[in-house]
Design a protein around this ligand. Structure first.
Ligand code: GAL
Length: 676
């Protein structure tokens, strides 16, 4: 079981990055720690990829360098987030256990030489990984520099599933636990279809490449199994660390940005870590990179259940693994970091401290770049260290959200299986679009898993919840009846947890709450747009693409009609008044700007006031502390912005009093302490 950390790993906000001193002669370390002090670094992540150095041959350990390193860091007041190096077992391990290398769906065994080449069902890997974790915990579990354990690195990337024989056997074990009987499995997977019935457990295989599309229930279960297999390895290491290093929190770095990782069910994982930590990298070529950043931060906080979390990696400038690695512009480094802090991160950490001279990531930015300390990045790094120091008191405060977005990784997996009504619809795209529309209304959102309590939120948005159990629909119906306002996108509530269509007309799980049925899906041609008209007349200027459908109102009122396309004349957007609340349904794909028109009405239903006095791309987020509340204003625009303050306070980065209209410089951040 996870321990709740009695204290955050370091006082105030954490600042630092991945530190890989094994790539450098020890003379350089002294310079490193001196510069860390100059930059205000409080914690570094160490040893994440060091297994081959720590155990150069089976059972032969060399801890000398790590002993010296931890002592040196401690002498200089830098805390350590110590990695278990289990994402890259040494070459000797694979020599002995070639079967631990993962196999792709097409049957190709991947080779040693990159990282993360792991079959997570391999008993040999489990034994070796818990073994090295135990050796580290025995040696450093009580070291005064140790603040946090960092297990593995980014589970789920680059390999998310293995299709080898060992995995096949492990899958069968997992299935037996889940279904108990073969009859139950056959029913869940609908094996009556295409004659796929199984007569013995041994006949069941991973969803390897088949001549045409395979069984969707099998594929969905394999995604669940693969997330669980990785989680099993995480918890095995975690339990070793808890036993041998009691009281020290254990984390592993998540990648909650939907564009970065699909294969991990973070709702399940969030419960197993002592501290949620996240890695976030901008999609550098995107136009509004800060929206995806905010979404990943909100997801991280939400999988932490609202508790403090930590941004464990991001970049000071360009990464080196995207097609075109655009550099961050002046000021963006600090602004990105503080945007994470605004949304609950208890600090800002980077990959990595000092730029590597060799290896695959030598063109990746770092805190201490190849250009050295006479560089813009270094100056901004020093500035950020000072800024985080000024914000230390926000530690422990909690973000205040205005609305919730219902999100479920398992539904996303199901949604992405083959042979759907159109390949142009993606659940993550809808989540992004709804998030962006809420962001543009200046609403701070929590993400909620299906079934989670929703009464704290006047507005709940459901971007595309294809897989929803009947209970989820019931839960949402009660939420609306009791006064909540719900906005649901098309292709939600269609199947249950086994990817079986709910009985009766679509959307089975949500018919009651939405007050409608869907007679037929009517997807659109590539590039086709259909105009909508408001039922009350007047030019709406709203249009959809990708999807339309034949909606039959059964209690809901039509607010917009399809003016054209296969559903012409039929309802496109509806509103169902139910009990004390209302449920909106959006049956086509709207761009964020058009979604705004629906959200504006839904917000009115929910009693959420417009925040149109705030300029676009100026974020205002509140963190509530025990005594004070903190208003973060993050200006992503090239012009100075004004943010109205409800009451006077003190701006923490400048130390100046703030009242009335807070001026936020172009590209800058302001944080105001407001007495509660
Ligand atoms: C992360 C990873 C780091 C480093 C970084 C580069 O995904 O955890 O080790 O590779 O990417 O952006």
């Amino acid at each position: 079981m996870p321990v709740t950390p009695t204290r955050f790993p370091v006082p105030g906000l954490a600042y630092g990055g991945d530190y890989n001193p094994e790539q450098w002669p020890e003379e350089v370390w002294a310079e490193d720690v001196a510069l860390m002090r100059e930059a205000g670094v409080t914690m570094v992540s160490v040893g994440i990829f060091s297994w081959a150095l720590l155990e150069p041959a089976p059972g032969v350990h060399d801890f000398g360098w790590l002993d010296r390193l931890l002592d040196l860091l401690h002498q200089h007041g830098v805390a350590v987030d110590l990695g278990t190096p289990t994402v890259v077992p040494p070459a000797w391990f694979y020599q002995r256990h070639p079967e631990a290398l993962p196999v792709t769906r097409d049957g190709q065994r991947l080779a040693f030489g990159g990282r993360g080449a792991i079959c997570h069902s391999s008993p040999a890997y489990r034994e070796a990984a818990t073994g090295i974790a135990a050796r580290l915990a025995e040696r450093y579990g009580r070291h005064p520099a140790l603040a946090l354990w960092h297990v593995h690195n980014e589970y789920g990337a680059p390999v998310s599933a293995c299709y080898c024989e060992v995995s096949a056997a492990d899958f069968r074990r997992w299935l037996r636990e889940r279904y108990r009987t073969l009859d139950a499995l056959n029913e869940a997977w609908g094996t009556a279809f295409w004659g796929q019935r199984y007569g013995e457990w041994e006949q069941i295989q991973p969803p390897r490449r088949t001549p045409t599309t395979g069984n969707p229930g099998q594929a969905l279960d394999y995604a669940r199994f693969s997330s669980d297999a990785m989680l099993g390895n995480f918890t095995a290491e975690r339990d070793v660390l808890h036993r041998l290093s009691p009281g020290v929190p254990v984390t592993t770095n998540f990648m909650t940005a939907l564009s970065q990782c699909q294969s991990v069910d973070y709702w399940a994982w969030g419960r197993e870590v002592d501290l949620v930590s996240n890695d976030h990298y901008l999609v550098a070529e995107a136009e509004r990179t800060h929206v995806n950043l905010a979404m990943s931060a909100d997801l991280s906080r939400s999988v932490a259940g609202g508790a403090p979390w930590l941004l464990l990696e991001h970049s000071t400038g360009a990464v080196n693994w995207q097609p075109r690695n655009l550099a961050k512009r002046p000021g963006e480094l600090g602004r990105n970091s503080l945007a994470h802090v605004a949304r609950g991160s208890e600090g800002a950490m980077f990959f990595q401290w000092r730029a590597s001279r060799f290896g695959a990531e030598k063109f990746h930015s770092s805190m201490l770049p190849h250009a050295g300390t006479d560089s813009r990045i270094w100056r901004e790094v020093v500035q950020l260290g000072a800024d985080l120091g000024r914000l230390a008191e926000v530690n422990g405060s909690r973000v205040r959200a205005d609305a919730a977005v219902l999100w479920d990784w398992q539904s996303w997996w199901a949604q992405d299986l083959e042979w759907r009504p159109t390949e142009d619809h993606r659940a993550d795209e809808r989540a992004d679009a709804f998030y962006e529309a809420l962001y543009d209304r200046h609403l701070t959102v929590d993400f909620a898993r299906p079934g989670a309590p929703l009464d704290a939120y006047p507005l709940v948005v459901v971007p595309a919840l294809y897989l929803a159990e009947a209970e989820t629909g019931e839960h949402l119906r009660r939420y609306v009846e009791q006064g909540g306002v719900l906005v649901v996108s098309y292709f939600s509530g269609i199947v249950d947890g086994t990817d079986t269509v709910h009985p009766g007309p679509h959307p089975g799980a949500l018919r009651d709450v939405l007050g409608l049925t869907v007679e037929e899906f009517l997807p659109l041609r590539a590039g086709q747009r259909v105009a909508l008209t408001a039922a009350t007349g007047g030019a709406a200027g709203v249009s959809g693409d990708v999807w339309s459908e034949a909606v039959v109102p059964r209690g809901a009122e039509t607010v917009w009609h399809y003016a054209e396309g296969p559903a012409a004349g039929g309802p496109a957007i509806t509103r169902h008044r139910l009990g004390a609340g209302s449920a909106w349904y959006v049956s086509t794909r709207l761009a964020p700007a058009d979604l705004d028109q629906v959200l504006a009405r839904a917000c009115r239903d929910a009693g959420i006031r417009d925040r149109d006095q705030l300029p676009r791309d100026v974020e205002v987020v509140h963190r509530e502390g025990e005594r004070d509340s903190y208003l973060f204003a993050v200006n992503h625009t090239a012009a100075e912005a004004r943010v109205p303050l409800e009451r006077p306070g003190t701006e923490l980065l400048t130390g100046e009093p703030a009242a009335g209209q807070l001026r936020v410089p172009a590209g800058g951040v302001r944080v105001v302490r407001l007495p509660r």
